[in-house]
Design a protein around this ligand. Sequence first.
Ligand code: MG
Ligand code: MG
Length: 241
Amino acid sequence: MFDVNQIVAELLCKLRKIIEPGLTTFELDKIAEDFCHTHKAKPAFKGYRGFPSSICVSLNEEVVHGIPSRKRKLFKGDIVSIDFGVCKNGFYGDSAITVPVDVVSIDNQKLISVTEDSLFLAIHEVKVGNRISDISRVVQEHVQKNGFSVVRQFVGHGIGKSLHEAPEIPNFVQSGNSPRLLAGMVLAIEPMVNIGTHNVSVLKDGWTVITGDKKCSAHFEHTVAVTVDGPLILSSQTAFV
Ligand code: MG
Ligand code: MG
């Protein structure tokens, strides 16, 4: 599963570097689609329950599942979340980043860094014997300590031969016991963090999730394997930076 996730990581790294005002979200999708073709990988989201594109691009108050469009341009000050998944040789990879477009507000900078930090705190909890709720707890605590909220309607997931497998990985603590982490499990951990309310709704396009108060939202995701030696970040971008 390392190889498929490295395809995801390389593309996200590539997009991160070219993000600038004036680009359309369609152009980002085209690059992702061509990249899949070059790597003989299948874009995992395209056709998934009818989703039309290879990447999800969600700007500002959009939380997740934004649909790329020729009409949607990036502007200075926007924050753009890109979620990308691929399938190759029967295995799936899934990862997401949120990137500032040129200079962004201090609030949005903080939102991005708190969200990314919460993901890495979560990854630190990926140890044999811990529970899913240990992951949920550190995300929720870090986010709320910084005055933001975690989305509840969408959660992380197991991943492997399917894009979405058990267990669910919420970014908030639920009552009751959650599953224990076992060596060999692979998890897509994905904090979705809002500046304001945790409430979200879906636009008329049937996909784009937006915040209830139109304040900004950020999203980071890594696919992580549970090993006896601790977490292994399969979608790590370090080889491409
Ligand atoms: Mg994803
Ligand atoms: Mg995911």
